[in-house]
Write a protein of this length. Structure first.
Length: 401
């Protein structure tokens, strides 16, 4: 009887000890006790394993602490680097825009595309005489330029009229639209310091720099713009407005036939159409252009056509997106001081499409995201020469259409 009680007590002690052991050290597994084990041996075995577990935990803790220390040190180095880059004096610019190199690359692409495509200047009518002009800089450089609509043409007008001396240098930052327009489009034949038509250009310069003597300085100039961005700008400025746009409203009347509101083509003026709720959305406008209406107006006509680019024998191709930097190179080309250039062109761009609050503000690709693939393919075919001649990379959503 006594032996049974003693045995029961040992079992109970064993069970409670195991429960305690498991609660304290979950990562240590107890081996089954031999039947002959005494309580003293059990306790001794438990103590040995607990010490081993603590040592193991201590070792892992040291590893964790070492890892945390390394991470903290790396974060501190990163913070130091970030702090240094925020200091303007220590900013490291990985890549800067080199206007001269970029212009050289554009001219290489332009000459490669136009090789074998150059037309005789005798056969070039320059139907866009309104936007093509001849002038002579105060540095005695004769030049021909095409003011490509919706591609910093206002800024280029100011720059060239400062170069000819028509605009006083002290007014360079405050030239109003009507002022440069007079110097570009209403210049008397007898006035030498403004811009003139092709027909008023001296005969020897009409071949765009060909067959000139070494001392005859000549430059052929154009400023381009990313073609799809130019298309959006033309829509914003000339189409998606009601006030004073009747001239353009009449040009795109046939576009309404493919919309849900064909009756919008029947209004006498753009103001009347706008008042009636007629809005030619971009997708409708650009689809109309893609159907063969790209030549309806110079504001969206491809640059290669509107400026007869392969006949211009270009010596300077700027990008409107980098006009400020590229104009520095133009100043050298025209042999004028860079101090002649404006610090701010906003005054001469008061009619910019970006100021049209009626049109949505969005990233370029958002305007084209819902267009049918067929429309995109047509746009690619129409404007691909502009991408090649002006030195722009075609966006993937257009290139892969």
């Amino acid at each position: 009887m006594f032996q049974k009680v003693l045995l029961s007590g040992i079992v109970l002690v064993f069970i409670f000890s195991c429960g305690y052991y498991i609660g304290v050290s979950q990562n240590t597994r107890l081996e089954p006790l031999p039947h002959s084990a005494t309580i003293e041996e059990f306790k001794a075995d438990y103590v040995r394993k607990e010490i081993a577990s603590m040592r193991n935990a201590s070792s892992k803790e040291d590893e964790i602490l070492e890892k945390i220390s390394k991470e903290l040190n790396s974060e501190k180095v990163l913070e130091d680097q970030n702090g240094a880059s925020e200091n303007p004096k220590e900013v490291i610019v990985e890549e800067t825009y080199d206007a001269k190199k970029e212009i050289e690359k554009r001219l290489e692409g332009y000459n490669k595309y136009c090789e074998g495509r150059r037309r005789s200047l005798i056969g070039v009518s320059f139907i866009t005489g309104y936007i093509s002009r001849y002038g002579v800089s105060v540095g005695d450089v004769h030049f021909w330029t095409c003011f490509l609509p919706k591609a910093a043409s206002s800024s280029l007008s100011v720059t060239t009229l400062l170069a000819t001396g028509f605009l006083p240098v002290e007014t360079k930052n405050s030239v109003a639209t009507e002022t440069w327009d007079k110097g570009r489009n209403s210049c008397p034949t007898t006035q030498s310091n403004c811009l003139h038509k092709y027909s008023e250009m001296p005969q020897k310069y009409r071949y765009m720099g060909a067959n000139l003597k070494p001392n005859d300085k000549f430059a052929s100039i154009i400023v381009g713009r990313e073609p799809m961005s130019r298309l959006v700008s033309a829509w914003k400025d000339k189409i998606y407005r009601g006030s004073d746009r009747t001239f353009y409203y009449r040009k795109v009347k046939t576009a309404w036939s493919q919309t849900k509101m064909p009756q919008c083509a029947n209004h006498p003026t753009s103001e009347a159409a706008w008042e009636a709720g007629c809005r030619l959305e971009f997708k409708d406008f650009v689809s109309w252009v893609a159907r063969g209406n790209q030549a309806a107006d110079e504001h969206w006509r491809p640059a290669g056509d509107v400026c007869a680019m392969c006949s211009m024998n270009l010596s300077f191709i700027a990008h409107s997106e980098h006009y400020g930097e590229d104009a520095q190179v133009l100043a050298e080309l025209l042999n004028i001081p860079k101090s002649y250039l404006p610090d701010d062109y906003s005054k001469s761009n008061e009619h910019a499409a970006a100021l049209n609050k009626n049109a949505k503000m969005a990233a370029l690709d958002e305007f084209f995201v819902d267009l049918p693939r067929e429309t995109l393919r047509s746009l690619k075919k129409i404007y691909e020469p502009d991408y090649l001649m002006l030195g722009y990379e075609m966006p993937s959503w257009l290139a892969n259409a």
